[in-house]
Structures are given as structure tokens and as C-alpha cells.
Design a protein around this ligand. Structure first.
Ligand SMILES: Cc1cc2nc3c(=O)[nH]c(=O)nc-3n(C[C@H](O)[C@H](O)[C@H](O)COP(=O)(O)OP(=O)(O)OC[C@H]3O[C@@H](n4cnc5c(N)ncnc54)[C@H](O)[C@@H]3O)c2cc1C
Length: 609
């Protein structure tokens, strides 16, 4: 068993992990990044449309407007102080990325190009504004490459293809993580003063998703199983435009450039649901509108999808109608959205310049996650009690700047703003903290659990359980929810967990690159996440943002303007609990500091676009 000692251990090498590693290292800490994927294969590389910052390069924009859109977009469950930090620091984070060498698209006078995105407005909702800074439709890819190069320059140590499966604690204090090296199957201990989780989201819990196979949420479950709660698990975002049946994302940037959603009559239906912003309303609003069109029999050919129309003749008609002078043509589309065109040509055999794209909502983004303050420190209760030495950033964390519904481009900002803050906090923390000694046998529990998975010798292949979970979560805990359906999903997931514990079968008994075992272990994490999502969704008897209850279809600020926290009960904390039980609380207040400071524009009101 190898033990590695580093002051700062960053789990995950996406945008959040790399930004944190960079700043911890710049601050003088000895840093290791431990990642189950090779860093530049992290999912940040798939981000397409842009990173939001009120640079005002093409029209007037302000951080306060960005903060307002974020709070409103999140259906007022956003912590307002955090939103202001996000919007303010977005500006210099984007400029910093530019100075690191990120090749943003340019305006004619050489400044960073910006485009429209859902829910981005000027002057507190007045009209759509160009805020999304972009590098074609490969913005995340460019961010990831840029940050990786900077980390190499700063001598960050990388442990690629090391899968973290447990967090090590001693007397309630964090002292490291346990990882399995994929190539050898050996267990490694990473002993650190501080650990930051940046392990991304868990779209793979649902059947149709924009997320890669690796997005199974296991980092968040590793901390959970050691007693750290998860916040706002009922809020999971469905992006309106995934390629029909495949879920592959068609960026909101398509609508930002002028693309429109149409039904089987060729009608632009978003005018009926969001008269002001139309196709650029926030994602929860657009996803629900698509489902309602389908329910009304307006899906294409009566099926469960609609069209996203980017053909120049359609777009130019609507641009002219709106009094805009700009026009789209093949050349502009090819230069601004090259990957989208490629996806459609490859996977659908159609060219979006000539034919509309078939789309349906796709599971996309976890608004909830490991609760943190604005410095990336993990907090464990409604009183914001910090767990010393533990940090989180990026999609696995919940700051909370996304509240009940994230705005497009705000995740990439979240990664760089709060990744940087987390890295800086760690650099300060490790200067004064000592290493907490490792407990005796730090790998004992997780080795036993891995052995159980390997040796159960039942009848069920893990993928069978995974498919059933994904289907029931898609059908019952998706865009529309109601009590009997959520309960059915919960019962189903619990039964799947029972079978997962007693009846699975693993074919590959080898040590090297045993993805059979690790995928089975990931399934265990997803079952936990599915169960917590269903429990939290059942309890929240209101509709807010991405959580829409048909049986409670109004927002209820009097009773529900609060965050949820869910964690295993004291009796079921630990790795490999057969039937974990969860305690769910709703006493964590939403930070309303902008409103409380007298700015009435931040007062919760009905959301209209
Ligand atoms: C198709 C698509 C397009 C998007 N477009 C945009 C956009 O235009 N703008 C925007 O703001 N947002 C966008 N998003 C959302 C955004 O890209 C993600 O939320 C964000 O990139 C997540 O970054 P992250 O650093 O938190 O995690 P990731 O980039 O997902 O990285 C997670 C890291 O954790 C590691 N990891 C996970 N589990 C373990 C483990 N157990 N042990 C070791 N390592 C582990 C992985 O190897 C990986 O390195 C998009 C998302 C998708 C899916």
C-alpha cells in the first residue's frame, strides 16, 4: 500500500479542480490532483456555449444585473451574497483566463466576443443582453486546456486514473482520501492537510442525459458516506435541447445566435410561455414548455420531441420581425457553432443549416451538492459550521449560486470563481494546519466493500440495475413530478439497492483496469443519489425552478424559501451500509442580504420572462 503525502489534495481535474490546484500551488502549498480521468478528458471539456461575465463588450452590462438574473433564474433560492461574489469576480476571472492564453472569439475591435443566453438580461429583466464570452462552441475545452497548462507550469503533481473511493477521517477530522489506481487495482492513500472535492455532477442517474459516462457523482457520495450532508438535492436541471433520444447537448448558444423552437405546426411556441424573452427564457421554463407542447399533441409527428430551427431563412425572418439588423448565414453559423453542426451531421445525418434539429429535454446539471461557503469551505449544518480541512468546488458543490435553477454559462463562472477562492483558502489553511495522523487501517472498510462487490456472485449484472434506475428517475423524478410517481421511484430505487447489496455478479475478477468493479461501485453511488433526490423531491411540496410538482404547482415562499440538507443518520454513516437511512432538514435559511440591505429588486416575486 503506497502512502503519498501532500499538503493539499484536490480530487478531480475539471475546471474547478484545476483552478483550485493552481491557486493552492501559487499560494505555496504542495498540491496533488487525483483524478479518475486523464485531466483533459474531464467533462468541463464538453462545455459549449460560454462563460458569463458582465464585460459589456457589445452593449451595456453590469455585475449587479448579472447577480439579479442569477437570483431570479434560481427562483430566489440563490444565496444572494454568493451571487454577488460570482457576478463581480466573473469579470476578472474571465480576463485572467484571457491573459493565461485562452483563445476567446473576438469582436471586430479585438475584445472578447459575447452572445446572448437564456435568462441573461440588462436592467433587471428589461431585455436580452450579450454576456456569454465564448470560444466558438468549445469554451469548456479551451478553459480545461488553458488551466491544465498553467497547472503544469506551476508544478502541480498529477495522479491520473486514480479513482477516489473513500475519505479518511480521524476523530472527526479530515486527513486524506483512498484511491484505487486503475492500471494496477492497488489501493493508495493520499494523506493531506486539506482535501478539496471537485468531482462534477451526476447526470447518469437519468436515462436521457447530456453528461458523459463518468458523471456518476461518486465524489459527493464519498463525503456523504462519511457524514457530510448534501444540499438541495431535489433541484436537478433538465436542459431543454438535447438531441432526441441521445441527450447530447445542443448549446443554448444556438438560441443565443437566433435559433427558435418550433412545434409540429412550425409555430414558434415559446412566445406563448415567455412573451418577453421567448426562446431565451430560463431553462426550467423552456423545458416545461416543450413537455406541455408534447402533451398537447404538438410534438413533431405526434412524438415526444420538438424542433430547434437554426436555418438562416427562419432565423432571419424572426430577427427582422424583432427589428434587428444582423442576419445569419452559413458562414456565420459554421464559425460560431462548428461542434453543434458536427454533432448533428455525425449523429443525426442532418445539417442544421438546411434542416431543423429534433430535440427534447435532457438531464444536465446538479444544482445541489456538497454545501460550502463562498471560500470553498465545506459547511455541515444550517449554522454554517465549517469542517476544517474539507473543501468543495464546481458542480459537486452547492455554494449556492444556482438555487433552484442554474442559468446557462454560470457553471463555468462558478468553477473559476469558487475554484480560485477554494485554492486560495487552502493555501492559507495549510500554512497553519498540521497533518492529522492517519487512523489505523485507513483502507479497511473500503477494501471490504470492494471485496463484497467483487465476490457477491449473484444473478444480476450491474447494468441491468442501472438501466432500471435511469428509466424510473427519468419517468418519475424528471421535469414534472407528483407524489405517487416520486414514491414509486423511491420504492423502486430501494429495491434496486437491496439487489445491489445481495445479488450482483461481476465477470472480471482481474486487477488491472477492472472497470467492471468500479462501474458497479459507481452504481452504488448513483443509487444513493437517486434515493436522496427522490426523498428531497417528495418532501418539497411546492414548485420552484427545476422542481415542478403537478400536485403543488405554486411556489410557496412562506414555507419553502429554505435549503434542504440530507445526510445519513448517525447509525448508517459509513461505507457499505446495506440500507442507509437519511435525515432530511429544511432549516438552512437562504441568504437574502441584497434584499435585506434595502434593494427591493432582489425581493422574491413571481418569475416572468
Ligand atoms: C454538454 C455540456 C455543455 C455544457 N456547456 C456549458 C456552458 O456552455 N457553460 C457553462 O457554464 N456550463 C456548461 N456546462 C456545465 C459545465 O460544463 C459543468 O457543470 C462543469 O464543467 C463541471 O466542472 P467540474 O470541474 O465541477 O467537474 P468536471 O469537469 O465534470 O470534472 C470532474 C472531475 O472529477 C474527477 N472525478 C470524479 N469522480 C472522481 C473520483 N471518484 N475519483 C477521482 N476523480 C474523480 C473526474 O476525473 C474529473 O476530472 C455544460 C455541461 C455539459 C454536459
Amino acid at each position: 500500500m503506497q502512502v503519498h503525502q501532500f499538503e493539499a489534495i484536490i480530487v478531480g481535474a475539471g475546471g474547478a479542480g484545476l483552478m483550485a490546484a493552481l491557486y493552492a500551488s501559487k499560494g505555496g502549498a504542495k498540491v496533488a490532483v487525483v483524478s479518475k480521468l486523464y485531466p483533459t478528458r474531464s467533462h468541463t471539456g464538453a462545455a459549449q456555449g460560454g462563460i458569463g461575465a458582465a464585460l459589456g463588450n457589445l452593449e451595456e452590462d453590469k455585475p449587479l444585473w448579472h447577480a439579479f438574473d442569477t437570483v431570479k433564474g434560481g427562483d430566489y433560492l440563490v444565496d444572494q451574497h454568493a451571487a454577488m461574489v460570482l457576478a463581480t469576480e466573473a469579470i476578472d476571472s474571465v480576463i485572467e483566463l484571457e491573459h493565461m492564453g485562452l483563445p476567446f472569439d473576438r469582436t471586430e475591435d479585438g475584445r472578447i466576443s459575447q452572445r446572448r443566453f437564456g435568462g441573461h438580461t440588462s436592467n433587471f429583466g428589461e431585455k436580452a443582453v450579450r454576456r456569454a464570452c465564448h470560444a466558438a462552441d468549445r469554451t469548456g475545452h479551451m478553459i480545461l486546456q488553458t488551466l491544465y497548462q498553467q497547472c503544469i507550469k506551476e508544478n502541480v503533481n498529477f495522479f491520473d486514473e486514480f479513482h477516489v473511493v473513500d475519505m479518511v477521517m480521524n476523530n472527526g477530522k479530515v486527513c486524506g482520501v483512498v484511491a484505487i489506481q486503475l492500471g494496477t487495482g492497488e489501493f493508495h492513500i493520499f494523506h493531506g492537510k486539506a482535501v478539496l472535492f471537485a468531482t462534477g455532477g451526476w447526470g447518469r442517474v437519468w436515462q436521457v442525459t447530456s453528461n458523459a459516462h463518468s458523471l456518476t457523482g461518486d465524489g459527493s457520495v464519498v463525503t456523504l458516506r462519511r457524514g457530510v450532508p448534501l444540499q438541495d438535492m431535489e433541484f436537478y436541471q433538465f436542459h431543454p435541447t438535447g438531441i432526441y433520444r441521445m441527450g447530447i447537448l445542443i448549446t443554448e448558444g444556438v438560441r443565443g445566435e437566433g435559433g427558435v423552437l418550433t412545434n409540429r405546426h412550425g409555430a414558434r411556441f415559446m412566445e406563448n410561455y415567455a412573451p418577453n424573452l421567448k426562446d431565451l427564457a430560463s431553462r426550467d421554463v423552456v423545458s416545461r414548455a416543450i413537455y406541455l407542447e408534447i402533451r398537447d399533441g404538438n410534438g413533431i409527428q405526434g412524438k415526444d420531441y420538438v424542433h430547434l430551427d437554426l436555418r438562416p431563412q427562419t432565423v432571419n425572418h424572426y430577427l427582422a420581425e424583432a427589428g434587428e439588423t444582423r442576419r445569419l448565414d452559413r458562414e456565420i453559423i459554421e464559425s460560431k457553432l462548428p461542434d453543434i453542426l458536427d454533432f448533428c451531421r455525425t449523429y443525426l445525418g442532418i445539417d442544421p443549416v438546411d434542416a431543423p434539429m429534433p430535440v427534447q429535454p435532457t438531464a444536465h446539471y446538479a444544482m445541489g451538492g456538497i454545501p460550502t461557503n463562498v471560500n470553498g469551505e465545506v459547511v455541515t449544518d444550517a449554522n454554517w459550521t465549517v469542517l476544517p480541512g474539507l473543501y468543495a468546488a464546481g458542480e459537486c458543490a452547492c455554494v449556492s449560486v444556482h438555487g433552484a435553477n442554474r442559468l446557462g454559462t454560470n457553471s463555468l463562472v462558478d468553477l473559476v470563481v469558487f475554484g480560485r477562492r477554494g485554492g486560495k483558502s487552502i493555501a492559507e489553511y495549510v500554512k497553519q494546519a498540521d497533518y492529522v495522523p492517519l487512523p489505523s487501517n485507513p483502507t479497511g472498510e473500503i477494501e471490504a466493500e470492494m471485496q463484497r462487490i467483487r465476490k457477491t456472485n449473484g444473478k444480476t449484472r450491474p447494468h441491468e440495475l442501472r438501466s432500471t434506475m435511469q428509466k424510473v428517475m427519468m419517468d418519475n423524478v424528471g421535469v414534472f413530478r407528483e407524489a405517487p410517481l416520486i414514491q414509486e421511484a423511491l420504492d423502486c430505487v430501494r429495491e434496486l439497492r437491496e439487489r445491489y447489496m445481495t445479488d450482483i455478479h461481476i465477470d472480471d475478477q482481474g486487477m488491472r483496469f477492472n472497470t467492471d468493479v468500479l462501474e458497479a461501485w459507481e452504481l452504488g453511488s448513483m443509487l444513493d443519489l437517486a434515493e436522496m433526490t427522490a426523498i428531497s423531491a417528495l418532501a418539497r411540496t411546492e414548485s420552484r425552478g427545476g422542481h415542478y410538482r403537478e400536485d403543488f404547482n405554486q411556489r410557496d415562499d412562506e414555507n419553502w424559501l429554505v435549503h434542504s440538507l440530507i445526510a445519513p443518520t448517525a447509525e448508517t454513516v459509513g461505507v457499505g451500509a446495506k440500507n442507509p437511512e437519511y435525515a432530511l432538514t429544511h432549516d438552512k435559511k437562504v441568504d437574502m442580504s441584497l434584499y435585506e440591505a434595502g434593494d427591493d429588486r432582489f425581493k422574491p416575486k413571481p418569475r416572468k420572462y
